[in-house]
Every structure is written in structure tokens, then in C-alpha cells.
Ligand binder design. Structure first.
Ligand SMILES: NC(=O)c1ccc[n+]([C@@H]2O[C@H](COP(=O)([O-])OP(=O)(O)OC[C@H]3O[C@@H](n4cnc5c(N)ncnc54)[C@H](OP(=O)(O)O)[C@@H]3O)[C@@H](O)[C@H]2O)c1
Length: 316
């Protein structure tokens, strides 16, 4: 059995690196079986953003380990104009050797980011950035999920208190199978049936990650409370939660006295404090939680693999 659980005294600490590694190996095997030329995965990013450079290089290395051709187009400030990027995206949209396209955000870091992501062809929208694909999530009929949301859903399948032995780390679809709707979602649905009726708090519910996540969890039958900076009584709200998912990027936002015993906690937040990468959840929460994801080593590594799974959903 895949060892993704590190058991501390009571709490399960989820090992995202272990699951990501297995996910990569499985992707590698299924790609090798396919024996065909792959289209490439293209990421456009701002050359001046250190985090974008780092995240893109992690994605590139994972893609290359698995056998997916990856191209990073890193644009200096003089080329980051709507006109230039519009022409570039239009060229990539119609290039059959490109199977998936993403913009590493923030790109401009303002409202123009949406103008850019809107230009991606929905059929190549590997990280679900386009209003079209985000709209399908709103309707409960996603074609594709944001990679981070897919990673969170996958982790939730392992957090099911009634089952610890799920093996979902297979590619979403085997090569040669006919294209299927709801790429990356259907396979999780039955394993997420346990979420129906659960009280879930999403911290950062208006954000890039939190907004689609909140909608999807609701479509899965959970009673979701979305929180943001204007939310009052955060402690009272969190104390009622069976599951807390924090995607706020606010270190130490959730503390031990804000959660009930046995809570399931997924920490998506990633911030750098004194040179260390930290999440939103204070370490003390592990003393009362039943399941928790660490930062680093939880959601992050799975997000990268989820992006590659999305890519395969698009091209097969
Ligand atoms: N591990 C991964 O793979 C991964 C992937 C993507 C993102 N992330 C991390 O996840 C976090 C969220 O990313 P994002 O792109 O969704 O960010 P985002 O679009 O900026 O959204 C952040 C959300 O958090 C809310 N928020 C911030 N501080 C808060 C506080 N103190 N109390 C309550 N709500 C608060 C914001 O509220 P308002 O709406 O009121 O401003 C907003 O809704 C970041 O730390 C990011 O680095 C991790």
C-alpha cells in the first residue's frame, strides 16, 4: 500500500510528496505505453517574477521526468504588452503541437491578467484559467479543474475517515480511451461522497483557489462556509467545521483554539516567513486535528502532478 500517511500520536499527517512521486511514476508508465509523439505543454510567465520562475521550473522538471515536452516562455517587461501576448496566445492556440497552455499568474498582477487568460482556447486551458471553464465549474459540470483544486480533491479522498486505503493515483484516463467529460472530476466523485452533509469552511473563498473550490464542494453536497477578510467571528465559524481548507496565504490564521477535536485540515496557503515556507495553519492545530496536510510537502507537490494529469485529460 502507498505510504502517504505519517502517523503522529493521533493525527494523520498527509505526505503529499509520496503521493506525488507515485503519481509521477504512474503517469510515466502510461505515457511509455502510449508510444506516440506528444504535443507540448506551454507556460507563459513574467521573467521578473521570482516565484513564477520557481513554480514554472518545478512544473518543467516534473513534466520532463514524466516525459511530457514542456516549453516555458518567459517574457521580459518590454514584451509584456496586451498586443504582444495576444498575438502569442493566438499563435499557440492554433498550433497543433501545443496541447496545453497556461499563464503563470500573476502576469501583469492587475485586471489585465483576466484579459490575458480569457484569450486561451478553452480546449487548451490546462489550469482552468478561462472564464469559460470556470463558468462550467459554477454550473457543476466542469471540463477541467484548476490543478490546485484537483490536488485538494484528491487529498480529500484520502481524508475520508471511513477509508484509508484508496488507490486513486492512476492517470485520469487510460491512453486510447475515448475522451470523457468532466476530466479529472468524475473519478473522484464517488470517493468524495463522504463529503455530503459535512460542514466545510473555506478560508480565502474569493480567491483564485478558494472560489472554484467553494463551488465544487457545494456541488459535492457539503455545506460550505466561505470566509474572507471581511468575515466576522472566524473562530466561531471554524469551531463548527468538520473540514477546514485554508487558501488565504495568511500565516498562523488558524490556531488550535479555533478548531474542534478531530477536524480535517488542508493547508493550501504558502508564504515565506523569515526565509521559511509556511502555511496558514498554526502547528498547534495538529494536536487536535485527525488529518492535516503540512506546508511544505502537502498540497504543493500534488498540484504539479495534477497539472500534468490535466494535460493528459486535454490531449487524450
Ligand atoms: N500549494 C499550492 O500548490 C498552491 C497553489 C496555489 C496557491 N497557493 C497558495 O494559496 C494561497 C491562496 O492563493 P490564491 O491565488 O487563491 O490567492 P488570492 O487569489 O489572493 O486569494 C486569497 C484569499 O484569501 C483571503 N484572505 C487573505 N488573508 C485573509 C485573512 N487574514 N483572513 C481571511 N481571509 C483572508 C482573501 O480575502 P479577500 O477576498 O477579502 O481579499 C482572498 O479571498 C496563497 O498563499 C498561495 O501561495 C498554493
Amino acid at each position: 500500500m502507498l505510504d502517504i500517511y505519517k502517523r503522529a500520536e493521533k493525527v494523520i499527517i498527509f505526505d503529499g510528496r509520496a503521493l506525488a512521486k507515485t503519481g509521477e511514476v504512474n503517469l510515466q508508465k502510461s505515457l511509455a505505453k502510449g508510444k506516440r509523439e506528444f504535443p507540448r505543454l506551454v507556460s507563459i510567465l513574467s521573467a521578473d517574477n521570482k516565484e513564477s520562475l520557481l513554480y514554472t521550473s518545478l512544473k518543467q522538471k516534473a513534466a520532463e521526468r514524466v516525459g511530457i515536452p514542456f516549453e516555458a516562455i518567459s517574457l521580459p517587461s518590454n514584451l509584456r504588452t496586451l498586443n504582444y501576448i495576444g498575438n502569442l496566445i493566438s499563435r499557440l492556440n492554433s498550433d497543433s503541437s501545443v496541447g496545453g497552455l497556461l499563464i503563470q499568474l500573476p502576469f501583469f498582477g492587475n485586471k489585465d491578467d483576466l484579459k490575458v487568460t480569457s484569450l486561451i482556447a478553452p480546449t487548451k486551458d490546462v489550469d482552468c484559467l478561462t472564464p469559460f471553464n470556470l463558468g462550467l465549474i459554477q454550473l457543476g459540470q466542469p471540463n477541467i479543474l484548476p490543478a490546485t483544486v484537483r490536488a485538494i480533491l484528491e487529498i480529500l479522498t484520502y481524508a475520508n475517515p471511513n477509508s484509508e486505503t484508496l488507490q486513486l493515483d492512476k492517470p485520469a484516463r487510460r491512453l486510447g480511451e475515448p475522451a470523457r467529460r468532466l476530466g479529472g472530476f468524475d473519478q473522484y466523485r464517488s470517493h468524495l461522497a463522504w463529503l455530503a452533509g459535512q460542514n466545510i469552511v473555506v478560508l480565502g473563498s474569493r480567491g483564485m483557489v478558494g472560489a472554484p473550490l467553494t463551488t465544487i464542494l457545494s456541488h459535492l453536497g457539503a455545506t460550505v462556509t466561505g470566509c474572507h477578510r471581511q468575515t466576522q467571528n472566524l473562530k466561531e465559524i471554524c469551531l463548527k467545521a468538520d473540514v477546514i481548507i485554508s487558501c488565504a496565504g495568511s500565516p498562523g490564521l488558524v490556531k488550535k483554539d479555533m478548531v474542534k477535536s478531530g477536524v480535517i485540515v488542508i493547508d493550501v496557503g504558502t508564504s515565506v516567513v523569515n526565509g521559511r515556507v509556511v502555511g496558514d495553519i498554526d502547528q498547534s492545530v495538529a494536536e487536535v486535528a485527525s488529518f492535516i496536510t503540512p506546508v511544505p510537502g502537502g498540497v504543493g507537490p500534488l498540484t504539479v502532478v495534477s497539472l500534468l494529469k490535466n494535460f493528459l485529460n486535454l490531449v487524450f
